[in-house]
Design a protein around this ligand. Structure first.
Ligand code: PDD
Length: 285
């Protein structure tokens, strides 16, 4: 049985509880981070902590503990659960005010902090990286502050189910004719040697993997263009792929039934995946 963390205590997963009045439960008033673990080490922990602080600040939510304590909890959970490869999920909510009220509770309501591990042995060798993903496009119906990593994931969940129903792996969301991002990842196309991905704004999550992959791409003299693209442009691209903490770099081989390029994972995506895994492992803590 997993050991999880809740508000200062390490507990068996069946004994960890959160109040029914918790604002995370009642209002989706919470933020989260997912940090991957490879070889027992944390990938880009620093990046995830910076984004957590940004999410908390944007929502005027208190910080539950210090960064050093958060690192300690992550490491303790990896050790206690003997995680070699997998993920650590962290969630902070505005806490339990003892009742339901739309207004934020007073400052003495402590934030709720929950962390748990998900074991995925051999995660870096996912067969999907060799096969590639199939995606459908759907209208983006999320709220307008997608740069904040909140736990209100109902529409992304619905998108994932629409993809499943269509026999596909994920959905790319479209707004005003342009792709915003995948349901739980950032979206890219490749034309020649040029990598194209939507620019940062409130319309998308500022992916930690995105930042690293674009940095490595530029260092490898690849051209990067940060701008929005349409589904039609993506269908005519040489390659397509996604990035996230849990999938790293994953090729996309089909969009709305149209094969991308050769219909097989492309060389740019494969190279970026290789560089990302190599460099991230070197810097893992
Ligand atoms: N999802 N865009 C969205 C909407 C996301 O939910 C995510 C991450 C990303 C990629 O961000 P990062 O590279 O920092 O993981 C982009 C996580 C993995 C999840 O919800 O499980």
């Amino acid at each position: 049985m997993r050991t999880v963390y809740v508000n200062g205590a390490y507990l068996p997963e069946t004994e960890a509880t959160v109040s029914i009045f918790d604002r995370g439960f009642l209002m989706a008033d919470g933020v989260y981070e997912v940090t991957s673990v490879l070889g027992g080490k944390l990938i880009d922990f620093g990046g995830h902590i910076v984004r957590l602080h940004r999410s908390l600040t944007e929502l005027d939510m208190a910080t539950p503990c210090t960064d050093a304590e958060l690192l300690e909890i992550h490491r303790e959970l990896v050790t206690r659960n003997e995680i070699v490869d997998g993920m650590i999920y962290l969630q902070v909510t505005r806490g339990n005010p003892g009742d339901r009220d739309f207004a934020f509770p007073s400052a003495d309501t402590k934030p709720t902090l929950v962390l748990f591990t998900q074991s995925k042995p051999g995660m870096a060798a996912s067969p999907m990286a060799k096969i590639g993903m199939k995606v459908i496009s759907i209208e983006d119906q999320r709220w307008a502050r997608r740069d904040i990593k909140t736990v209100q994931l109902l529409f992304p969940s619905m998108g994932k189910m629409m993809a499943k129903k269509a026999g596909c792996d994920d959905a790319w969301m479209v707004e005003d004719g342009k792709v915003t991002e995948g349901t739980s990842n950032n979206a890219y196309i490749v034309k020649g040697n040029r990598i194209i991905t939507r620019e940062l704004s409130n319309d998308i999550l500022h992916g930690i993997t995105r930042a690293a992959v674009l940095r490595f791409a530029r260092e490898a003299q690849m051209e990067v263009e940060e701008r929005a693209f349409s589904i039609a442009e993506a269908q005519e691209a040489d390659e397509a792929f996604i990035t996230s903490a849990s999938t790293f770099v994953m090729p996309v081989v089909e969009i709305d039934g149209t094969a991308i390029g050769t219909g097989k994972p492309g060389t740019v995506a494969a190279r970026l995946r290789e560089i990302y895994l190599e460099e991230s492992l070197k810097a893992a803590i």
